[in-house]
Structure formats: structure tokens, C-alpha cells
Ligand binder design. Structure first.
Ligand code: ADP
Length: 550
């Protein structure tokens, strides 16, 4: 009768080795998780649980192999004893997981372990829990105590379930979904494991099919926790996978060292093992760093999304506020401007000179305020996308002649020469028609002329309206002999709230909004607006180019 350990090992089937390998895998996996955070109690208990599962599985493999050869009751008792330990170790793992790793109270530990200490006494009497049928080495009988033994495991699994449900109820958000998925995994695993290892053997009187519970349970558990890990990123899957793989390779390599056939063989295998350990520590380090930076980026991007959402809301509120505030300001100002204009024009009788001067100032200031408010309103409309355009055929030549007629007075008042030239290639009927919003174009041209007058202390402002040589474009250009600008200023003046440095000495009350609004309007007309200057105090020229209607 073969009885040596080697004989036993040799007779382990491929399937048996599969069970052992599965156990090793679970131990390595939980060992790696444990290693990542040794202080975490749930990790420690999960590791103890995995080791118990491994020992139990392996003992069953040996039991199966020896069953046909010789009856060893102690091995049978040991297997079942280890099987009974699975439920309490699992309970401790789940308990520390669900209680956020608060110290497991010794009274609770005692409460759950004590019954098993008592039940285990039954293993000393063959046949009270399990035993072999007389003379048979493969026929197992279950004694009267088996019901306590099985009841204990079932009850503890029930407590685990209770704890998980409690945890599920106490959690919220993404964590709740995590616990829910874990709960489902647990129930499926527990059902398969309990059925395969406790009920099936009793039903058929043999533990030949114990692998149904063992393998089924383990596979569901491993696959499901892996899926969860990937989905919720809660176990740092990539790092764990790499560490598990490397650990398995190292275990195999160490096993190889033990069965080395010569000193040279031993030296080579040891060298390779060290090399693998050394290089894989670098590999795992880099994977860890990669995972960490990825997590950091993900966290940051989530924060950015959140912040941008908040900013958008704030921006919308700001625009709404601006529109409302501007409306309430503009209406009374229009009345002030209207009445002061009537007063200046003498609609209420001739005014004494000093009064007239004061009213003129009121008229000017209210006009400026209205422009400023209109600019603010335009900004909020542009930014909220509410700026409405009414496109129609517009005769730019006519428009320019109208505006310059109105602006002439301003230039006169500033003692500036103001000239307007229409270059129509000597063709009377040269068309300056474009498709545009007439009101908005008027606003742009008025603003440009107004600026030229404002920023020209002396000299002249000259306007030229022409067509490009190919006749496709209408080109408006406005030159002045004013303060001019340097290259940096030229770059920035079309941006919101941008003014040239020191320009407030020439003209205090600007907001730096007019050109921004003008640029946005011209953009909507698919035209171009830009400025040129030979430098500070060399005057400037502003251009607007529009598509001519053909
Ligand atoms: P504001 O005139 O209210 O400051 P604008 O957006 O109309 O706002 O103009 C922005 C800036 O562009 C002005 O502050 C000024 O520095 C510069 N600028 C505009 N027009 C002229 C010009 N004709 N000559 C020199 N600088 C100008």
C-alpha cells in the first residue's frame, strides 16, 4: 500500500491541483491587499479568512486522495474543523469592514467564537459530527452534532448578511452602490458555498463534490470582487494584479530553488529569483506611481467640472443682474438726458448763461452714462448669447454720411477738423450695400468716431469709405492725429475692459468696453476690425472691413 507523502502528492489529480492553486491565488491576493495597508483590520481578517479557505481546500484535496488508500479520521476532522472556521473568520472580516475598522470588541469576538469551541469538542468523538462508515474510507457519515456544526456556520453567515444590510442602510451615494454590489456577491457566494459544502455532502453522503461549493464560491467571489474593484477603483486593481502576479512568480521560483538538483542549478535559480524580485519591485513602483497620478488627475478633473459648473451659474447670475440693473438705470437717465437737452435748446425758455452751462454738463454726463450702461448691457447680452441681430440690406455710404453729420458737432466742440471722403472710383452708382444690422453698425462706427475725437487732443480726424480693388469688400478707415498707440496697446484694446496704460490722463471716463463690443458685432457680420498706429503720439487708424453685397 503506498503510504509515503510523495505517493500521496503524486496521486493528486489535476483537479486537486486546481483547487490548491485557487487557494494559493486567494491567499496571495488577500496577502497583497493586506500588505498594502497592514493597519487596516478588515484587511487582516480578510487575509486570515483566505488562509483558512486555502487550508480547508487543501486538506480536502488530501482527504480525497487518501480516501481510497487509508482512512485517516484526524484528517477528516481537521478538514471539517477548518471548514467550520471559515464562517467566523469571514464574520470578523465583514464586521471590521462594516464598522469602519473600529476595534473589534473582545466580548463580540468571544460571543461568536465560544459556540465553535464547544462544537469542536465533537471532533474528538468520531462520528458525532462526521466520521467514516465502518470499514469504508470513502463513505462519510454525519452524526447528531452535525446539525449544530452546520447551524453555526449558517447562523454566522446570516449575521454577516445582517451586518452588510445594516452597512448598506447606513451608507449613501457611490459607497452605497459599492456595498450593494458587495452584498449581492456575498449572497451568491454564500449560497453556492453553503449548498456545495454543507448540504450536498449530507444529501449524497460523500464529500466528493465539495469542490462545487469551494470552486463555485471562490470563482464567484474572485470574479465579482475583481469587477467591483475595476468599477469603483476601490482596491487599486492594477497594482494588486501586478503584485499578485509577481508574488505568484516568486513563489514558483522559490519552490524551484528547493528542488534544485545541483549547486550550479541552485545558484542560477537563486540568482534569477533575486533578479525577478529586484526588477519587479521597480515595475510595481512605477505602476503604483502611474495609478496614483491617474487617480489624482481624475480627482482634479472631477473638481474642475464641478467648479466650472458653479462658475457658469455665477456667470449667468452676473449677466442677469447686469441686465436688470442696467435697465433700471437707463430709463431714468434717458429722461434726464431728454429734459436737459430740451432745457439747453430753450424749450422751457431762455436760460441764464451759468445755468445753461451747468445743464449742458448734465446733458453730456448723462449721455456718457447711457453709453456706458448700453455697453454693459451689450456685454451681458453677448455673453449670454442673447444679442439679437436683424440682418437686412444696409447702404453703408448712406449710414456713414448720416453718422458723420451727427458727429461733426462733437468734433467742432473739440476744435478738431473732421473730414469724410467716399472713394467710389468716380462711379456715381458704386454700391456700398452690405447685409447687416443697421443699428449695430451705426453703434460700431459712432463708437470709433467718438473714440478718435476723444483721443485726439488737437489736429484732425478723417474718415474714408472705399471698396477693395476687387469690389468684394467695403473698407471703412478712420485716421486721427491723436495719442496713437504702441504695439502692446494695439494687441489688447479689443479685449474686455482694456485701455491703454495712462490713457485715463487723456480721457478719464472710459470703461474699455466699446471696442470689445464693436469687435463682437463685426465678428457676427463676418467682417474684420483692427487698428494701426505708427506709435504713441503718432495718431491711429481704425479699420472695419465688411462683405459687399454683389
Ligand atoms: P474706452 O474708450 O471706454 O476706454 P474702448 O474699448 O472704446 O473703451 O477703447 C479701448 C482703448 O483703446 C481706449 O481706452 C484707448 O486706450 C484705446 N483707443 C481707442 N481708440 C483710440 C484712438 N482713436 N486713438 C488712440 N487710442 C485709442
Amino acid at each position: 500500500m503506498p503510504a509515503t507523502i510523495l505517493d500521496v502528492i503524486n496521486s493528486i489529480s489535476l483537479f486537486g491541483w486546481g483547487v490548491v492553486a485557487e487557494g494559493v491565488f486567494v491567499v496571495v491576493l488577500s496577502g497583497v491587499i493586506f500588505w498594502q495597508d497592514i493597519l487596516k483590520r478588515s484587511n487582516k481578517f480578510f487575509f486570515i479568512f483566505s488562509v483558512t479557505v486555502f487550508l480547508w481546500g487543501t486538506s480536502f484535496v488530501f482527504l480525497n486522495v487518501t480516501a481510497g488508500l487509508f482512512a485517516v479520521y484526524p484528517l477528516l476532522a481537521l478538514s471539517y474543523f477548518l471548514g467550520g472556521l471559515i464562517a467566523p473568520t469571514l464574520l470578523f472580516a465583514i464586521d471590521s469592514f462594516s464598522n469602519r475598522d473600529s476595534a473589534l470588541s473582545s466580548s463580540r469576538l468571544l460571543l461568536f467564537s465560544a459556540p465553535y469551541v464547544l462544537i469542536s469538542l465533537g471532533f474528538f468523538i468520531p462520528g458525532s459530527i462526521v466520521g467514516y462508515a465502518d470499514g469504508a474510507t470513502d463513505k462519510i457519515i454525519f452524526g447528531d452534532w452535525f446539525v449544530y456544526y452546520a447551524g453555526y456556520s449558517v447562523a454566522l453567515v446570516g449575521v454577516c448578511l445582517f451586518l452588510l444590510i445594516k452597512k448598506y442602510r447606513a451608507t449613501a451615494g457611490i459607497f452605497r452602490t459599492e456595498v450593494k454590489s458587495f452584498l449581492i456577491t456575498f449572497v451568491v457566494t454564500a449560497l453556492i458555498a453553503l449548498f456545495g459544502t454543507l448540504f450536498l455532502p449530507v444529501l449524497i453522503g460523500s464529500q466528493n463534490f465539495f469542490w462545487v461549493g469551494y470552486t463555485g464560491g471562490a470563482i464567484v467571489f474572485i470574479v465579482a470582487t475583481r469587477l467591483l474593484a475595476v468599477k469603483y477603483n476601490f482596491l487599486n486593481f492594477k497594482v494588486i494584479a501586478a503584485e499578485s502576479f509577481v508574488s505568484l512568480v516568486v513563489i514558483i521560483l522559490i519552490a524551484e530553488i528547493f528542488i534544485a538538483r545541483s549547486v550550479l542549478d541552485l545558484a542560477i535559480k537563486t540568482g534569477i529569483t533575486f533578479l525577478v524580485v529586484f526588477s519587479s519591485s521597480f515595475l510595481i513602483g512605477s505602476i503604483k506611481r502611474e495609478v496614483e497620478s491617474k487617480e489624482k488627475i481624475m480627482r482634479l478633473s472631477r473638481e474642475i467640472v464641478l467648479i466650472s459648473k458653479r462658475l457658469k451659474i455665477l456667470d449667468r447670475k452676473k449677466s442677469e443682474f447686469l441686465t436688470i440693473a442696467s435697465h433700471h438705470l437707463r430709463d431714468p437717465l434717458t429722461a434726464i438726458k431728454g429734459y436737459s437737452s430740451m432745457l439747453v435748446e430753450g424749450s422751457f425758455g431762455e436760460l441764464p448763461a451759468p445755468v445753461r452751462e451747468a445743464v449742458e454738463k448734465i446733458f453730456d454726463s448723462s449721455g456718457r452714462l447711457i453709453t456706458m450702461i448700453s455697453d454693459f448691457m451689450d456685454i451681458s447680452r453677448i455673453e449670454s448669447g442673447d444679442m439679437k441681430y436683424k440682418f437686412a440690406d444696409v447702404d453703408v455710404k448712406k449710414l456713414i454720411l448720416e453718422i458723420s453729420g451727427e458727429m461733426k458737432q462733437n468734433a467742432d466742440r473739440a476744435h478738431l477738423a473732421f473730414s469724410v471722403m467716399i472713394d467710389d472710383h468716380d462711379e456715381e452708382n458704386e454700391s456700398f450695400i452690405t447685409v447687416a444690422d443697421a443699428g449695430k453698425l451705426r453703434q460700431v462706427f459712432s463708437n470709433l468716431i467718438d473714440n478718435s475725437i476723444k483721443y485726439t487732443p488737437r489736429g484732425e480726424v478723417s474718415l474714408l469709405l472705399a471698396k477693395s480693388l476687387d469690389g468684394r469688400k467695403i473698407v471703412f478707415s478712420l485716421s486721427d492725429t491723436g495719442i496713437g498707440m504702441n504695439d502692446t496697446t494695439k494687441e489688447k484694446i479689443f479685449k474686455k475692459f482694456s485701455r491703454a496704460d495712462g490713457v485715463s490722463k487723456v480721457y478719464t471716463e472710459g470703461t474699455g468696453l466699446g471696442l470689445y463690443v464693436a469687435k463682437e458685432i463685426i465678428k457676427k457680420h463676418e467682417g474684420r476690425i483692427w487698428a494701426e498706429s505708427k506709435g504713441e503720439s503718432y495718431g491711429s487708424t481704425f479699420y472695419v472691413e465688411l462683405e459687399a453685397k454683389r
